[in-house]
Structures are given as C-alpha cells and as structure tokens.
Design a protein around this ligand. Structure first.
Ligand code: HEM
Length: 518
C-alpha cells in the first residue's frame, strides 16, 4: 500500500518542486525587476528597459566594444565616452541618476556630489560595500577591501598606524634605492642605443617598482620571504583574471579544471608559506631578535594584534596580505604610468616640475622625506592626473535598509554605482575646461579646485577612504622626482592613446615613452 502511495506521490512532489522553482525564478528574474522599475519610475528615475535574466548586459558589452575598438586622439582627455560608454550614453537620455541592470541586479547611478556626500558621509551608516563578484573576491582576498561591520572596524583600527605618514617616511631611503636601481637599468640599456635615447614601456617597470614597495610595506624585515609569497599571489591573480575575462558560469570555479587545480595548488602554497613565515616572526619577536628602529610593517602589526585578540587569526592575516597586494600594486603603478604619459604629452608641465625638483633637491641628491613635502607643482600634477585618469573609475555601495537619498526612496538591497570618473570630468563641477590637463587648478589646494567639495574622490570618501593613499602619493612623488633629475621624456611614435578598464584604468596598448638622459 505504502509503495503504491509513494509511487503516486513521487511525480506529484517532483511537479510541485518544479513549479515552485519556476515560480521563484519568475519572481526573481521578471516580477521583482519590473516592480523595482515601477518603484523608481514613480519617482522620476528611469533607465534602459530590463531584459529577462540578462538585464542590460548585452547593450553594455556592445557599447564598450564599440567605444574601445579604436584608439583616441593622443591629446584628448575626454575619456568618459570611451571608458564609461554606457554612462555617457544613457545619461544623455535618462539624466545623471538612472537605473541600469547588471543581469537581474539593479544599480542606480549617482554622480550628484550632494547625494555622494550623503552616501559616504552624512548617512554612511545606511550603506555598506556591495558583495564582490566571486572571481574578484578570489583576487582581492577577504581583507580590509571587502570586510564589513565590526570585523572591518577592528582590522582598520589595527592596520591604520602602518600607513601613517610618520611610519611611511622611514621607507623613503629604501624606496629611493629601488627607483635608482630601475633607472640604472635604463641607463645600461642606453649604452646599446645609437640615438642617445631609449624607448621604454613604463607600465611593466612601474609595476615591478610598486610591487617591491608594497612588499616592503607588508613584510618589512621578512622582505625576501614576502617577495616569494607575493610572486605566488601574482600568479594566482593572472589565472583568476584569465577566468574573469571569460563568460561567468556560476559554480565553474569549483570544477577540477586544469586552471582551477593550479589555482588551488597556488592557494595552498601561499597559505603554507605565510603560515611558516608567521610562525618564524612570532618566535623572533619572542626572543626579541627583531630590529626595533625600522618602519612598522603590516605583517608585524597583524601578528602583534593576534597576540592580544583571538579575532585576528592566521587566516585573517593571510587574507589581509592578499588584499593589500591587490589594492596597492596596480593602482599606484597606474598613477605613475598616467602621470608619465600626461607629462610626455604636456612638456611645459614637465619642465616646471623638473625645475622645482632641481631647486628643492639639486640635480643628483636623492630627495628626502622633507624635500617631497615641498614639491608643490608635482602635487598639483599628481592631483590632475588622478582627476583625469583615476585608477579606480567607480565604486559601489548597497543600501542596508530602506533609506531616503536626497528625497528618493531607495529600497533595501539597492546597489548605488558612483562613477568617480564621471564626477571628475563633470563640467558643472570643474568648469568648461574639465577635459583639459591643467594642474594649475589645484594651485590653491584641493578644496579650492572644484566647485564642490566632493568633486575630487580618487581615493574614495568617508570612513572607507583608501588607507594606502599616503603611500601611493609618497611613492609616486619619489619615483617621478628622481626620473626628472636624470631624464627628459616624450611620447614614443608608437604610443596609442587608449584608456581602458579591466577592473582598473590602464592603457590598452601600453605606454611606450622615449627617455633621454639629461
Ligand atoms: C593611486 C593609488 C590608489 C588609488 C587611486 C586607490 C583608490 C582607492 C579607492 C577609490 C578606495 C575606496 C574604495 C571604495 O570606497 O569602495 C580604496 C580603498 C582601499 N585602498 Fe586604495 N588606492 C590606491 C593605493 C592604495 C595602496 C598603495 C594601498 C595599500 C598599500 C591601498 C589599499 C586600499 C585598501 C586596503 C582599501 C580599503 C579600505 C577600507 O575599506 O577600509 N590603496 N583605494
């Protein structure tokens, strides 16, 4: 009897489960997006219509491919239509605040500085970081970049002193040494050149340089071990970035493919090496073998914190190291690359910046920490570079609960996309020359450069502002001032102006620059 009943029930149960699943999918992929569209439409916020499951992804990809299919004119800094083509296009149709669908996930674009201030400062408690794409999470680690709530606050408190200017300044001599080593290599390459100058694609050189500095900041006295670990991380990132460029299939990263197996092995190797290193550093600190005078490093700070707090585990330390490597390396090297390109395009500013360096530091002496503070023209140039070519072009926040934003009712869970690049190129904030390279606009300081305080946000804003900004600026100033002392530079004829985004803003065809010794 029971068997007959079961035989009869089984198909019914299967059908019920199937119907429930289909209903859930229908709600998630159709009914909910339509409700959200109507909710925003009633408030005057429109956007391109939602398409089942894919949202606006097809249009987004199409616009991006068209915009990046050819390089731009060399001296144009009007990069918004190319880099954030969807924003540029839809803003003209729907206004600056509009809805865009990344699959079934809705994002509201917010570029009004008053609203940005609400999100990051006056009502920041209502917003949190959005959940990163699993592949990005694999790349950036589960550290400060992505942590939330109490755990984030705990880690931020512990790590902050490592990035105080007073501590970072202790790194200046070693940073300067690395820059001179790089330039000595360029000079060696010059001996083989008949023309008296040399073409260098600065992207990779600057990456190696920033990798070195970030390794010192993170690992300090354990630099050599740290370097080996970061090398493994770099390999893991290349594999993850390759996967990222392919179509995303949910769950794919758990399949034992050749690339995934390699990734898992690397992950294990990184963990084992870091665990060994942590153990050794702990022992060394116990028998007091560590040098007291050097700069505080990230690893030492985290290990010290783990003594007094059970909440700082070895796994946490591993994830933080990953996060810093990811956050610090390419951002700073991109800043150096874009600034070099800009100064190659605008030699009058290169001359001014060099004159200042020669006046403050002389033509051969390595700049000291005190010299760097005096380089005002260079600060203005770096700010203008960060304005026109911000390495991080956008960021996202998620409403933690229903919240009001400048009068709009934002439902819990809505993601807000803040296009940093668009804010930096907005004529209403920067005037009619917004797309021109004019470092002079920063001559009276950042606060006076724009018509709105929130117009300049290359390092984000509020409590989650970039923890590494002092290090990035210090390093960029140091590297550029030593380059000015030794070389003049111009664009190589092969240079193609093609700013493009793959997580960060980078030059699609590299940055070949011709250097001539002074
Ligand atoms: C030019 C160089 C850099 C730029 C443009 C940059 C940009 C940014 C931006 C925009 C944010 C905020 C993201 C958001 O609010 O969603 C951020 C956060 C962060 N940055 Fe940077 N960054 C740079 C260099 C660095 C360096 C050198 C490091 C580390 C050594 C670093 C580590 C971090 C970390 C850990 C966070 C997360 C902070 C938190 O949420 O508490 N960054 N960065």
């Amino acid at each position: 009897m029971e068997a007959v009943l079961l035989q009869w029930l089984k198909p019914v149960l299967v059908s019920v489960v199937a119907v429930v699943l289909v209903l859930k999918l229908w709600v998630l992929l159709w009914w909910r997006p339509r409700k959200i569209e109507q909710h925003f439409l009633r408030q005057g916020i429109k956007g391109p219509p939602y398409h089942f499951f894919i949202g606006n992804v097809k249009e987004l990809v199409g616009m991006m491919l068209t915009a990046t299919s050819t390089p731009m004119p060399n001296f144009s800094h009007n990069i918004l239509p190319r880099v954030l083509s969807f924003y540029h296009h839809w803003k003209k149709i729907y206004g600056a605040t509009f809805l865009v669908w990344f699959g079934p996930t809705v994002r509201v674009t917010v570029s009004d500085p008053d609203l940005i201030r609400e999100i990051f400062i006056s009502k920041s408690e209502f917003y949190e970081k959005n959940e990163a794409h699993p592949l990005i999470k694999q790349l950036e680690g589960d550290g400060l970049l992505s942590l939330k709530g109490q755990k984030w606050a705990h880690h931020r408190r512990i790590i902050t002193p490592t990035f105080h200017m007073e501590n970072l300044k202790l790194l200046v001599p070693v940073m300067a040494r690395r820059v001179t080593e790089m330039l000595d290599q360029w000079s060696m390459m010059l001996t083989d050149s008949d023309s008296g100058d040399i073409e260098i694609d600065v992207c990779e050189w600057f990456q190696t340089l920033t990798e070195d500095v970030i390794t010192r900041t993170a690992f300090g006295i354990s630099y050599e071990d740290g370097k080996a670990i970061f090398r493994l991380q770099a390999q893991e990132m290349v594999l993850a970035a390759e996967t990222f460029q392919k179509v995303f299939i949910p769950g794919y990263r758990f399949l034992p493919t050749k690339r995934n197996i390699r990734c898992w092995k690397l992950d294990k190797e990184i963990k084992n090496s870091l665990m060994k290193l942590i153990k050794r550093r702990k022992m060394e600190s116990e028998i007091n073998k560590m040098e007291e005078a050097g700069p505080k490093d990230l690893l030492g700070t985290l290990i010290e914190a783990s003594h007094s707090s059970p909440n700082m585990t070895v796994q946490d330390i591993i994830e933080e190291c990953k996060s810093f490597f990811f956050a610090g390396k390419q951002t700073t090297s991109n800043l150096l690359t874009w600034t070099t390109v800009l100064l190659a395009m605008h030699p009058e500013w290169q001359v001014q910046a060099r004159d200042e360096v020669l006046r403050v530091c002389g033509s051969r002496d390595l700049p000291t920490k005190d010299d760097l503070v005096k380089l005002k023209t260079l600060s203005m140039i770096l700010n203008e570079s960060l304005r026109l070519y911000p390495p991080t072009i956008a960021t996202i926040r998620r409403a933690k609960s229903d919240v009001e934003l400048g009068g709009y009712k934002i439902p819990s869970g809505t993601e807000l996309l803040i296009p940093i690049l668009a804010v930096h190129h907005d004529q209403a904030i920067w005037g009619s020359d917004a797309n021109e390279f004019n470092p002079g606009r920063f001559s009276e300081g950042v606060a006076c450069a724009a018509k709105h305080m929130v117009g300049f946000i290359p390092f984000g804003l509020g409590v989650r502002t970039c923890i590494g900004q002092n290090l990035a600026i210090l390093q960029a100033k140091l590297a550029l001032s030593i380059i000015f002392q030794r070389f003049t530079f111009r664009l190589a004829p092969t240079y193609q102006h093609a700013p493009t985004v793959l997580m960060l803003l980078y030059p699609q065809y590299g940055a070949p620059i011709i250097f001539q010794p002074r």
